[in-house]
Design a protein around this ligand. Structure first.
Ligand code: ADP
Ligand code: ADP
Length: 239
């Protein structure tokens, strides 16, 4: 079944830049989709539109049967709990232990309140430790996030997203600031944990070779438009 359906989506920035032009696609449960395209193509705008970090100009985004673009603030907050987000810059709280960063994802906006009062219970912590183990970071659980390498920090971000028990994972250029070796390791873990949980995943990348290696399906974007949507094999090397 379709987890996500995007219909006639447009985004015009206030300065007149048309970042998305009539985007249409559907994502099935468990699909691992890579969106590729050059810098400025609209990848980031597209991904951020899905949980409304960027506000689309018009169109529809149907997620689990509901149009996200019609949701009020309270509803949007609920919807966002079902969407795990992974950023290029990891977005961890640097001075907090790894395991606490993972807990932040699970409890969402409540985590800061609960965390501040030491309200995480043993089950929360146990679950977070298990997820860290799934990304190979059990040894790093109690280290400060900023003591970890870039690749390890991104694996913490993956663990944080997974620990939310989401229905959808969005990763915006997750390996853009990593060296080739760490990039492979991060992509391996991302693909593995998403497969284990049967998650629909959309990853923005600009490296076509890596996209072809990991994707079930590639969506090619250029100048705000989809120019390719299909299997990695069908994609020619001109992009
Ligand atoms: P990509 O992620 O593929 O690099 P982006 O979605 O970041 O592409 O950008 C798509 C287009 O929108 C680019 O032309 C970019 O310069 C423009 N853009 C992105 N953010 C803004 C903004 N806040 N205001 C105006 N233009 C923007
Ligand atoms: P990152 O993807 O690393 O967060 P972005 O390319 O999104 O970096 O840019 C960071 C900020 O600058 C964002 O708020 C984005 O909306 C804005 N931005 C990006 N491109 C433009 C642009 N062409 N004009 C104005 N603002 C932009």
């Amino acid at each position: 079944e379709n987890i996500l359906e995007i219909k006639n989506l447009n985004k015009v920035y206030p300065d007149g830049t048309k970042a998305l032009k009539n985007i249409n696609f559907k994502a099935k449960k468990g699909e691992f989709i890579v969106v590729i395209g050059p810098s400025g193509a609209g990848k980031s705008t597209l991904l951020r539109s899905i949980n409304r970090l960027s506000e689309p100009t018009d169109g529809e985004i149907i997620f689990l049967g509901e149009n996200i673009l019609k949701a009020n603030k309270g509803k949007l907050r609920k919807i966002r709990r079902h969407i795990g987000m992974i950023f290029q810059g990891f977005n961890l709280v640097k001075r907090l232990p790894t395991v606490r960063n993972v807990l932040h994802g699970r409890l969402g906006y409540m985590s800061s309140i609960k965390g501040a009062f030491g309200m995480f219970d043993k089950n929360d912590v146990q679950k977070a430790l298990e997820v860290l183990e799934r990304v190979g970071l059990e040894e790093q659980a109690f280290k400060r996030a900023d003591e970890l390498s870039g690749g390890q920090q991104q694996r913490v971000a993956i663990a944080r997203a997974i620990n939310q028990s989401p229905s959808l994972i969005l990763a915006d250029e997750p390996i853009a600031s990593l060296d080739p070796n760490s990039s492979q390791i991060v992509m391996d873990y991302l693909r593995k944990v998403c497969d284990e949980d049967g998650l629909t995943t959309i990853v923005n990348l600009h490296q076509v070779d890596i996209a072809k290696e990991y994707a079930d399906r590639i969506i090619g974007v250029k100048d705000g438009e989809i120019f390719y949507d299909g299997s990695p094999r069908g994609l020619t090397d001109e992009v």
